[in-house]
Design a protein around this ligand. Structure first.
Ligand SMILES: Cc1cc2nc3c(=O)[nH]c(=O)nc-3n(C[C@H](O)[C@H](O)[C@H](O)COP(=O)(O)OP(=O)(O)OC[C@H]3O[C@@H](n4cnc5c(N)ncnc54)[C@H](O)[C@@H]3O)c2cc1C
Length: 382
């Protein structure tokens, strides 16, 4: 059996690796270089604290891989299980915690609801007076996206995957209902199955096959900040759910700070958006975290930053399915595709080689949910 994977980000490379492990001949077409998409612009967050069961399950299956990644792939990825701390300022936000944590616990996640003082024991810099409740899971954490991506690329190549950089897919071939391959400037590649793992470009790839998928590229930024008071390396990734601002420890007391604060959130052209950080945004992001923690006093310095794209669907959940015969879609991860890549790769391989996914029930991620009322929006979005 042979497959073409479109996209050399972490979803495409994890899929290519898992397909090759199962004996499939795989070519990865990457129009730029490995990591030129969203993956290397991510914060590397890995968490089980989602509001929809399918995302919790994808996290649990992915964490099985993340926690054994060093041994499996022979590469340290700076995986740190510092936990995630979600903070609520309003009773309305706190009211969602009970059912969400109950659902997470039922699936095996050791998350718990904390009062503000208990939350401050997890993250010493927060001002408990600003919040009414929190949730915490020690299973959550973060890793280095660059190291993880390069490890998948190496492992895929070692399994015989033909990774072609500077190889754009310019068309997807169909014979009736069935997708039969792709066109590249270097010629046609016939394939029994094509995997659309093109991240923020996935809508374009789907359109080449005559399919409309609601995946919108949305710009998100991160600042690397040297805080006035160093952030302890053991602090969790901490999110003020009501303002959307978050931070996590980076190295040597520095922090990654993020969040989206503007009302406007236009779709971006993934080939022509500003990849550098806006200074005004960074000032807003710093003021936002300074509002609820003691770390980011006036002596804090913005060291650098960048912008990337979330590939967002209407309900903030991925599309993971065989969309038409011969075309598997693994895209639209809405800001959580880095962490879900290990499980996604295995599910893609199951869909291709077995015709169905058994690792996780991904029925909720089929594209025919849109517009039917069956969408279940992911509300724990960072
Ligand atoms: C600021 C920021 C913070 C984030 N933080 C987190 C986080 O903490 N945790 C988390 O899980 N996720 C996070 N994400 C989201 C995460 O980065 C993405 O969900 C994930 O990287 C998606 O991986 P991917 O492989 O699908 O896409 P990408 O990494 O974008 O890869 C897609 C690839 O497809 C290639 N491509 C496109 N079109 C073509 C074509 N026609 N032919 C050939 N190749 C093509 C592109 O060049 C690209 O390399 C964050 C994203 C951003 C922007």
């Amino acid at each position: 059996m042979n497959a073409v994977v479109v996209g050399g980000g972490i979803v495409g490379l994890s899929s290519a690796y898992e397909l090759a492990v199962r004996g499939v001949d795989v070519v990865v077409c990457e129009k730029g270089s490995i990591g030129s998409g969203s993956t290397e612009r991510s914060a590397g967050g890995i968490r089980t604290q989602f509001s929809t069961p399918v995302n919790v399950d994808l996290s649990l299956e992915s964490i099985r891989v993340w926690e054994s990644f060093d041994e499996r792939f022979g590469t340290p990825i700076d995986y740190r299980t510092n936990g995630y701390l979600f903070l609520a300022r309003t009773a309305e936000t706190a009211a969602t915690f009970e059912s969400t944590v109950e659902m997470q616990n039922e699936r095996g996640v050791p998350s718990e609801i904390l009062d503000p003082e208990q939350a401050a024991n997890r993250c010493g810099g927060i001002d408990p007076a600003e919040f009414v409740a929190a949730t915490y899971s020690p299973m959550d954490g973060f890793a280095d996206p660059h190291l993880a991506l390069q490890a998948y690329a190496r492992a895929a190549a070692e399994e015989g995957v033909d990774v072609r950089t500077k190889t754009p897919v310019v068309d997807v071939r169909r014979n009736g209902d069935r997708v039969t391959g792709v066109e590249t400037p270097g010629g046609r590649l016939e394939a029994e199955v094509v995997i659309n793992a093109a991240g923020p470009w996935a809508r374009e790839i789907a359109a080449m096959a005559g399919i409309d998928l609601p995946i919108a590229p949305k710009r998100r930024q991160i600042a690397v900040v040297e805080p006035e008071t160093p952030v302890p390396s053991t602090d969790p990734l901490t999110v003020d759910l009501d303002s959307g601002s978050y931070f996590r420890p980076e190295r040597d007391g520095d922090a990654l700070v993020g969040g989206h604060f503007a009302d406007a959130d236009p779709d971006r052209d993934p080939d022509a958006f500003a990849t550098s950080m806006d200074f005004e945004w960074a000032v807003d992001a710093l003021e936002a975290v300074a509002d609820w923690t003691s770390y980011f006093g006036p002596e804090s310095a913005i060291k650098r930053g960048w912008a990337g794209l979330y590939a967002v669907t209407p309900d903030d959940n991925a599309i993971l399915e065989e969309t038409v015969p011969g075309l598997v879609t693994a895209a639209g991860f809405s800001g959580h595709g880095f962490q879900h890549a290990p499980a996604t790769g295995r599910i893609v391989a199951e869909l291709v080689t077995e015709g169905e996914a058994t690792l996780v029930d991904v029925a909720a991620l089929s594209s025919d949910r849109f517009g039917t009322g069956d969408e279940r929006t992911e509300t724990n979005v960072v």
